[in-house]
Design a protein around this ligand. Sequence first.
Ligand code: HDE
Length: 702
Amino acid sequence: MGLLNIGADAKAAQLKGNITEANQKSRITSDYGVKQNNTDDWLKVVNEDQTGPALLEDPFGREKIHRFDHERIPERVVHARGAGAFGTFRLFESAEDVTFAPVLTDTKRETPVFLRFSTVIGSRGSPDTVRDVRGFAVKFYTDEGNWDIVGNNIPVFFIQDAMKFPDLIHAAKPEPQNEVPQAQTAHNNFWDFMFMHSEATHMVMWAMSDRAIPRSYRMMQGFGVNTYTLTNAKGERSFVKFHFTPELGVHSLVWDEALKISGQDPDFHRKDLMEAIEAGVYPKWRFGIQIIPESKEHDFDFDILDATKIWPEDLVPVRYIGELELNRNIDEYFTQTEQVAFCTSHLVPGIGHSDDPLLQGRNFSYHDTQLSRLGTNWQELPINKPVCPVMNFNRDGAMRHGIQKGKVNYWPNRFEAQPPASKEEGGYVEYAEKISGIKARAKSKKFKDHVSQARLFLNSLTPVERTHLTNAICFELDHCDEGIVPERMVGRLAEIDFDLAQDVATMVGFDVHPSPKASRVDATAPNLSQFDLLPEKPTIATRKVALLLADGYDLPSFAAVKSALEAEKAIPMVIAPRRGEIFGAGQEKKKGTGLVADHHLEGMRSTLFDAVLVMGGEESANTLAKNGRAIHWVREAFGHLKAVGGCGDGVKVVQIALSEVKDQQGFTLSSDSNVAEWYGVVTMANIEPERLREVVTIAKNA
Ligand code: HDE
């Protein structure tokens, strides 16, 4: 077992055989290899004007159109919109006390992975920054076969039994009569379902929290959600939950920003991921496990097989044992990110599933969905192929790629076929779980508590996060125009927290009364608030900083700020009234010597940046102060709680832009080129501190 140890590059090496690049020096051929002499005009019977009817006999014309007509495959019924990348999984601590799976015990190994992020509800072409759960699906190409963790960025789910999934998704997707709205849960059917299924209440809290509008795929957690099992070499079994926690911390957009980016840059997350990898700033997650030994299965107030519950980390700490890094972009979207196929049933020896009823249904669903999306031989597609040898007598079917030589296609046979592998030889042997019972359509009794953990989550949020959550529910319910839907939902909220219910009721226009069923949980739990998950070392690496300037800007302080940002691996971009050359104060306006702005003020928006700094220089500042769009840049960034700063005369622009705002916050950098002096921080209630800290870091290091 594990003797191959094929290493981190194994998948890249395997894919090489499949990757080709159109050789532009070659002549265009048909799919069957014949050189074509015209790919633009269909074969016709033409008259002297060169016009006439097209001939069906043209094989080249037909081939080109046939191929085009069939380019699309069914999009995923959920998680249709996604972005993926390759990477490496490394283990720094063996988990051999709980599993014998080499991928979790061999600390010398590097396992290649493919990770696909996604939104859930929207179609393939929907925007990235909608309010939604995000998929976090990892395929580990291990030496023992593919292991898939098909997870989300939220640790719980809406329902407890897989059989409810079609109802949930029908209710969340656009409504059937008009296919509206796209990629949103702000509609009657979703909230009707949420009320009718109180088991969804905990997940609703998460989905309305800032977790559902991440700043970046690189800045969100991943959770296996379901309860899996691990078995060690002694045959002892434990229950396990899988966690991925980002090195960069967990960060979110604010709602107004998310709404605007949906239109301004629908590919915001997809591009952010690609650009970070391209720049060599590889996103990393710590990989952790929460373990409950089999003997302690019934020791908790909740059922540990209930996917609508977390295992609070103060009760079951996360043990971080490994690291996942994304370090290679895809070569082609369709054949990799679109055709990748994950299955919760893809497990390797030492890792098993549990009786979690959601997981049991998923184990059926994923293979089934790949059959309709990709066809029978989907496992043979390059992205899905394991890196270890595959040998069996499964044969034929549509689109079979591999060619199997030999006289037999059955086992056993007369040609000394090997017997199946024993456990010691690496064979997957199911854990011998003792089961007895009666057939029934039932749920565990402990599955019935639907509000305690919803309240635990709410209790654990900071006031800022709670405000955002309240506002999110108000927004969503405002879009439900059938009164019964918001009214009943407000009643449900009263079961979690009366203050929350009242705040929402006031906004959406209903009365609410205290509920006799109200939860009385007053506990909190660690790491539910994203503020518990800020990085140990604040960083501005890969954060985009807009440097606003115009002709007559102060050259030395601009150069100092820019290089300070670059030294921190931030991405400074120059934004000016026009995209052409901009000249500094006292600089001779000689063509080719000016600074070429990256964008003009109309072409980009503050929403697409993490901080805005207005550069110094009197003439530049005077120009910007009179430019409505420049003033809007500063105001909007400020409204989105971003770090806003001015450098020298640039401070004036910031002051003018924010003159109406009472409690100003932000940074001003001193007027001379000694940008190390910084001052002027006034925080306001909704501040997201990591953003402030980032600019402090810039200034300190300048
Ligand atoms: Fe999925 N889910 N799911 N899901 N899911 C799919 O499989 C399903 C659930 C998740 O990037 C589908 O290949 C059922 C939980 C991700 O390719 C489908 C149930 C979690 C992805 C399917 C669930 C997920 C999917 C559609 C209830 C978090 C995208 C396309 C029992 C742990 C994977 C596909 C990718 C995709 C079924 C619930 C995560 C139809 C029946 C809980 C990240 O098979």
